[in-house]
Ligand binder design. Structure first.
Ligand SMILES: *Cc1c(COP(=O)(O)O)cnc(C)c1O
Length: 402
């Protein structure tokens, strides 16, 4: 099986050289736009590409507003602040994530609380969340408090792992019931949509019409369902700006505040330097936005090719008795990173050893956040599914095939 997999990957990428997990593709207007920025001298945070990139991302995702930042971690930090997270409070998140999710919570002076994921989505489980809140949550003036820690639960921060949408409709329902704002870490999910229910269709649409519309028509983009959502354009993501991120929101006031906080909270004026609160130097530079705009033009093609690649892995898995992670029902994934599920930790380690020695890069799941030294004191539930995934999951090469 291992050897067959290596042959498959070499056939897909048509090379006997080292095959990375994920590398960017620059096949469009990248050089032209970058040269344009350099010629203009507006290489920093002021320049037309930043606004244009924001507009195009808002159009693509369907979010009313998009605010560009220097990276996804900075976007998460500001999104959590805007959701109302304050020092001494808690944010519920998943242990299956990249460390930036938890670090951003910590930057707000808050602490993560870890709730289990669903095996089918790799994302925060609405059932586990309900269990946790039923058991530990208590309504008091000003919100939901954790009876065990005495701290306010200020927000819920699910993450769409490897681009596969988590059950946002389920999570939103639970969180609405408790009055907890949802911030989506959609860093990995640009191009992923939730299509499952007709609940996104305008009420004027008839049942007949609904039945005959394409599945993707009434869909919502990941990151555009919560109160705020966050994207990343780091070098390993589906499109890249070198480093970059984006805050998404439908709320006019939150959008205005997001722009203000990410631009040092400077008050607009012809020549005065006046700032009305502690702000951050988080605005994306024009150079990065130019790269992003050129990349965004290719995103629909990237998503199609990634989905075709996932199909090749799936076909192989089905004829070889292997297991591969597929998009959840009711979701259309960008398949940013494909993943194999091995039988157990021994088989996983053997596969990691073998594939990396063969020059085919593979990686295990991130170590669970709840096990890292900075977060091991944080409250968590059983994390049963999270631990099972951590033992079995291996990411495999997923760059767009040229
Ligand atoms: C990439 C990523 C981020 C943000 O990363 P930056 O490198 O700061 O852009 C946040 N969360 C997750 C889950 C990620 O994969």
């Amino acid at each position: 099986m291992f050897d067959g997999f290596i042959r498959l990957v070499r056939e897909i990428y048509q090379t006997e050289q080292f095959i990375p997990l994920h590398e960017p593709r620059f096949a469009g207007n990248e050089k032209q736009y970058l040269l344009d920025v350099i010629d203009s001298t507006f290489v920093s945070s002021v320049g037309p590409y930043v606004g244009e990139f924001e507009t195009k991302i808002a159009e693509y995702t369907g979010a009313k507003h998009a605010i560009a930042t220097v990276n996804g971690t900075a976007a998460l930090h500001v999104a959590l602040l805007l959701a109302g997270v304050e020092p001494g409070e808690e944010v519920i998140t998943q242990a299956v994530t990249f460390v930036a999710t938890c670090n951003a919570i910590h930057y707000c002076g808050a602490e993560p609380v870890f709730v289990d994921v669903d095996a089918a989505t790799l994302g925060l489980s609405p059932a586990a969340l309900t269990n946790f809140l039923d058991c530990h949550g208590e309504r008091r003036d000003g919100g939901i408090y954790n009876k065990t820690s005495g701290k306010r639960i200020a927000a819920c921060l699910p993450m769409h792992s490897f681009g596969h949408p988590c059950d946002m409709l389920g999570l939103l329902q639970v969180c609405e019931g408790y009055g907890i704002p949802v911030v989506e870490d959609a860093a990995e999910a640009l191009g992923s949509r939730i299509v499952g229910s007709n609940s996104f269709a305008p009420s004027a649409v008839s049942a007949n019409e609904l039945a005959s519309t394409p599945a993707t028509k009434y869909a919502k983009h990941c990151g555009a369902l919560g109160k705020l959502g966050v994207l990343s354009f780091n070098g390993n993501k589906i499109i890249t700006t070198g480093g970059g991120g984006m805050i998404l929101t439908d709320d006019d006031e939150l959008a205005r505040h997001a722009k203000h906080l990410t631009t040092t909270a400077k008050l607009p004026h012809a020549w005065r330097f006046a700032h009305d609160q502690i702000g951050y130097n988080y605005r994306m530079p024009n150079l990065n936005a130019a790269l992003g705009l050129a990349q965004l033009e290719q995103l629909p093609a990237f998503v199609e090719r990634k989905r075709a690649l996932a199909q090749r892995y799936l076909d192989w898995a089905q004829t070889n008795g292997a297991q591969i992670v597929v998009e959840p029902t009711g979701a259309r994934s960008n398949y940013w990173l494909n993943a194999l599920l091995l039988d157990d930790v021994r088989q996983r380690n053997a596969f990691l050893e073998y594939s990396n020695a063969q020059g085919v890069m593979t990686r295990p799941l991130w170590e669970l956040m709840a096990d890292l030294p900075m977060y091991k004191h944080c409250q968590r539930d059983s994390l049963t599914q999270s631990r099972r995934l951590a033992e079995r999951l291996v990411n495999v090469p997923s760059s767009v095939v040229l």
